[in-house]
Write a protein that binds this ligand. Sequence first.
Ligand SMILES: *[C@@H]1O[C@H](CO)[C@@H](O)[C@H](O)[C@H]1NC(C)=O
Ligand SMILES: *[C@@H]1O[C@H](CO)[C@@H](O)[C@H](O)[C@H]1NC(C)=O
Ligand SMILES: *[C@@H]1O[C@H](CO)[C@@H](O)[C@H](O)[C@H]1NC(C)=O
Ligand SMILES: *[C@@H]1O[C@H](CO)[C@@H](O)[C@H](O)[C@H]1NC(C)=O
Ligand SMILES: [Zn+2]
Length: 516
Amino acid sequence: MVDKPVIGMIILVNAIAAGVLYQRFHDLPQFQLLESKLLEVYHRLLPPKTPDRCGALKWPAYVLVSDRVVFPDGVRPGAVYIEGSRIVEVSENVTVDSPHVMNFKHAVISPGVIDVHIHLNEPGRVEWEGITNGTVAAAAGGVTTVVDMPLNSDPVTTDRTQLEAKKALAQAKAYTNVGFWAGLVPANAANHSALEELVAGGALGFKSFMCNSGINDFAAVEAEHIAAALPFLKRRGVPFYVHAEVVTPVEADPSADPTRYTTYMATRPPKFEQDAIRLLVQLMDADSSPAAPGFSVHVAHLADAGALDIIREAQSRGHPLTVETCAHYLTFASEDIPDGATQFKCAPPLRDAANKQSLISAVASGAINLVSSDHSPAPPSLKETDSGDFLRAWGGISGVQYLLPATWTAVREAGVDLRGLARLLSEAPARLAGLGGRKGRLAPGYDADLVIWEPETRANTSVALNLHTHKLSPYTDTPLYGKVLATVVGGELTALFGNVNKRPCGKLVLGRGANE
Ligand SMILES: *[C@@H]1O[C@H](CO)[C@@H](O)[C@H](O)[C@H]1NC(C)=O
Ligand SMILES: *[C@@H]1O[C@H](CO)[C@@H](O)[C@H](O)[C@H]1NC(C)=O
Ligand SMILES: *[C@@H]1O[C@H](CO)[C@@H](O)[C@H](O)[C@H]1NC(C)=O
Ligand SMILES: *[C@@H]1O[C@H](CO)[C@@H](O)[C@H](O)[C@H]1NC(C)=O
Ligand SMILES: [Zn+2]
C-alpha cells in the first residue's frame, strides 16, 4: 500500500520529466525513463547545451544504428554515419567505433518522407494553416521536406516577389525543409521570361489548375495556356504539376440532401479527371519541342483509378507523364463517410471502396508513382462544420502528420515492403522535384533527412496529439500502423516521441535554376 502523497510525488516527478523533455531534447536521460525498451542512449553521449544554435544534436558527427535500415537496395541491419547535415557513410557493419551512437534496435531507419503536395497558406491565410504548425506537424509525422503549393497563400506564388517573400518566411520559421512550386496561370503562361524568373528564384516547377481553384487570384488555365507554356517547361526541365479536372455541367438532383456525401460526389464524376488527363496527353502529343531531363507532366491527386488506362497508354508512347495519389484516397471510401462529415471533402472527391482498392493496387504495382498528403486545412467555419453542408464546405483534407502511417497501412496489405514504401514517399517525390541527387535515399553524400519509426505499432491518431492548426481531420481515431519515434532533418534531431524541437531548423530547398 503506497500512500497518497507518495503517488502524488511520483506523478509530479514524471510530469516534470515529461515537461523537461518537451522543452529541450538536451536532457537525454529522460529518453530512458520514457522509452527505455527502445533506445540505448548513454548519458555520456549528451550533446553540449548550446541553445543559441539550431537543433539538439550538437555532435559534429554521429551514427544511427538499427536492425532495419532501408538502404536503396534493401532492408538490412546497418549504421548511418552523419556529419553536419549530410550522410557521409552507410554501412552494414553495426559495430560502430564512435562515442556518438544511437541504436534504435528493431525500429526502422527510413529516408525522411518528402511531401510534394502541401498547402502551408503563408503568407496571408495563416488562420487556415501556417509554416510553423504545418511543418511541426509534418516533422512529428516523419516528413522531412515539404513542397508548398502556390495557393492558398495570399498573395499566391505567381511572380518572383511573391516567391522571395515565401522563401524569407520559410527560412525563418520552418521545422522541415521547404521547397516551392510556382503558379502557372493565364497571366504568365505565355510569358517565358516571367516563368524563367521563378525558376531562377529556385521554384522547383509549376502548378496549374484546369478547373476553378476556389481562389480568385489563381485562375484556371485553358488548353491554349498549357500549349504556350509547354516549350518553356520542357526546355527548362522542370515538372508541370496539374490539378486535372475539367468541369462540365452535370445533371444534379436539386432536391438531393447537401449533408450527404454522395450529393457532393455526384457533382465531380470520374469523367472530369479523365477528360482533363486526355487533354493533357493531346497537348503533349501536339508539342514536338525538345524536353530536357527533369520535365514531366505530373497529375496531382488522382482519385479515379479508371483514368490510369489513359496515363499508361501515354507513357507507353514515351510521354513523361507521372501521377500521384493522396493518402486519403487510399484510406477512406465514400461508403464510410457519415452525413455532415465535411472533413472528408476534397477535390477530386473520395470515391467508392472498389476504386480505393484499385488505387492501392496501382500504387503497389508502380502504376502510380508517389503518394502525397495534399494537406489543405481550413477553419471550421469554412468547413461548414455547423451545417454539415458538403456543397458549401471548403474542399481540403488535413493530414500531413498522417501521411506516413496512412500510406503504410494502405499499401502493406498489398505487398509493398519498407523498401517499396521509401520509393513512394521519398525517392519518387525527390525525383519529381528534381532533388533525386540530394534527397530521398540513405546514401553517402545525401542530405541527412531520416525518419525512425515502428511499422508494427499503431500511430496515435487522437486529437490530443494532432499538431495541425485545425484539429478537424478525417484521420482522427483512424487505426493506422506506423509510429514515428524520431525525425532527423538535415542532421538535426527535430522530432522525438511526438515532441518537436523548439527551434525551426528546416532549410530552403531550391531548384537548380537558383544556382545557374
Ligand atoms: C566493424 O567495425 C568495427 C569498428 O570500426 C571494426 O573493429 C570491425 O573490424 C568491423 N567488422 C567488419 C566485419 O568489418
Ligand atoms: C513578362 O514578364 C516580365 C517579368 O515579370 C514583365 O516584365 C513583362 O512585362 C511581361 N511581359 C508581358 C508581355 O506581359
Ligand atoms: C494517444 O495520446 C493521448 C495523449 O497523450 C493519450 O491520452 C491516449 O491514451 C493515446 N492513445 C493511445 C491509443 O495510446
Ligand atoms: C498553431 O496551432 C495552435 C493550435 O491550434 C493555434 O492556437 C496557433 O494559433 C497556431 N499557430 C499559428 C502560428 O498559427
Ligand atoms: Zn492541393
